[in-house]
Design a protein around this ligand. Structure first.
Ligand SMILES: [Zn+2]
Ligand SMILES: [Zn+2]
Length: 381
């Protein structure tokens, strides 16, 4: 009886094994080698009722000087858990024009449908690639991209950007200072001032890929412009970023939006509710970075009090990071744990001398100006 049962079970087992291997007509399908189709979830709690959308509004494909076809960008965005993205092909630069017909709308059109299926919001955009200085500008929420000016002679700079203004686009200055050897490439030039006055400049890339353009953060703060973080990816994201590290992500903009819709993204960009995020680093206006931090990090009431030999008491606390962001803290006021590293979705123990009402820390991976970290204060209970 037992032997029969064993035979039966092994037969069933073999059948299942054969099915999972899909041996058919002499071909064994090695499906276990395939990467499972799954979308990453980037955990960031809501901030004061706003959803935190993960957005990359600066990417390239072979329709300008990127090395991938547009569908690859759509797949990457889905896999990495982005909420929104834009393809921003250079208007003026098409190194593959002998092989791919120049058409400024085409890359967007090629992934419009698949982005809808994938539940990734696709924003139409383009990169207006002027000489440096003044440099490059991205226009997103654009209309017909074919009406932009391909001639990059500097006397046409203003006219080129005004095309985006006519379309009511959201316009940001890309990677200021990307060519530091060129005089004026990292200055608030009269041309930029003029755009700002005309309401033809709405944001600046503070982090572009692997470059933190620190002066740009001060300009955003001082002039009321929106802080942007983008990948400006030309290659595969997987090729350029070391995503084997758990905190490494493509550089992006965290947009605090009322809803997960293009309209809400636009409203949030106009209102400046953004933080640039590059793996460990955050950069943004103080209010935004602080609100984001407070939504992610919680200090719980003390769970243990220890009597010390000298008669003092030390209280112990748990500090929780409920997000996939990474934080490094250094004590600036009070008597307690000097340095805290908050890894994604984890908690730490800290201690503080009893009898204090608060501890203050600099968050040394979060910049609110080029020379200033976010400083936060924890009330002690
Ligand atoms: Zn490019
Ligand atoms: Zn550029």
């Amino acid at each position: 009886m037992k032997a029969k049962l064993l035979t039966l079970l092994s037969l069933i087992g073999f059948t299942f094994w054969a099915q999972s291997q899909e041996i058919s007509k002499g071909v064994m399908r090695l499906n276990e080698l395939r990467k499972p189709a799954c979308r990453e979830i980037i955990n960031i709690p809501d901030v004061n009722g706003y959803k935190v959308l993960k957005c990359d509004f600066h990417t390239h494909t072979m329709f300008s000087d990127g090395f991938v076809w547009p569908t690859i960008r759509a797949q990457e965005a889905w896999q990495e858990g982005l909420d929104a993205m834009a393809l921003t092909e250079h208007v003026e630069y098409h190194p593959f024009k002998d092989f791919i017909e120049v058409n400024h709308n085409r890359s967007y059109e090629l992934i419009e449908e698949v982005s809808k299926k994938n539940n990734v919001i696709l924003i139409k955009g383009t990169e207006i690639t002027r000489q440096t200085p003044p440099g490059h500008f991205n226009a997103i929420f654009i209309g017909d991209a074919s009406s932009y000016i391909e001639d990059n002679a500097s006397e046409k700079d203003e006219e080129a950007i005004m095309k985006a203004v006519e379309q009511n686009a959201f316009i940001f200055w890309n990677h200021p200072g990307w060519r530091p050897a060129i005089e004026g490439s990292y200055e608030w030039l009269p041309f930029i001032e003029d755009l700002h006055k005309k309401n033809a400049l709405h944001g600046i890339e503070v982090i572009n890929g692997f470059g933190f353009h620190m002066k740009a953060l001060d300009w955003c703060v001082d002039k009321g412009l929106t802080v942007m973080g983008t990948s400006d990816i030309h290659n595969l994201v997987e090729h350029d970023y070391d995503r084997s590290k758990d905190y490494v992500h493509r550089t992006m903009t965290l947009v605090m939006a009322k809803e997960r819709t293009p309209e809400s993204i636009r409203e949030a960009l106009n209102a400046g509710r953004t933080v640039a995020w590059a793996s460990k680093y955050l950069a943004g206006k103080e209010e935004n970075v602080k609100n984001l931090f407070n939504a992610c990090v919680k200090l719980l009431p003390s769970h243990f009090s220890q009597e010390n030999r000298d008669g003092t008491k030390t209280n112990f606390y748990e500090i929780q990071n409920n997000s996939d962001l990474y934080f490094e803290l250094e004590l600036t006021a009070g008597k307690g744990t000097q340095k805290i590293t908050l890894y994604p979705m984890s908690s730490q123990l800290i201690s503080a001398e009893a009898g204090q009402s608060s501890l203050s820390y600099d968050v040394i991976n979060a910049y609110v100006r080029s020379d200033k970290y976010l400083n936060i204060s924890f009330g002690l209970q």
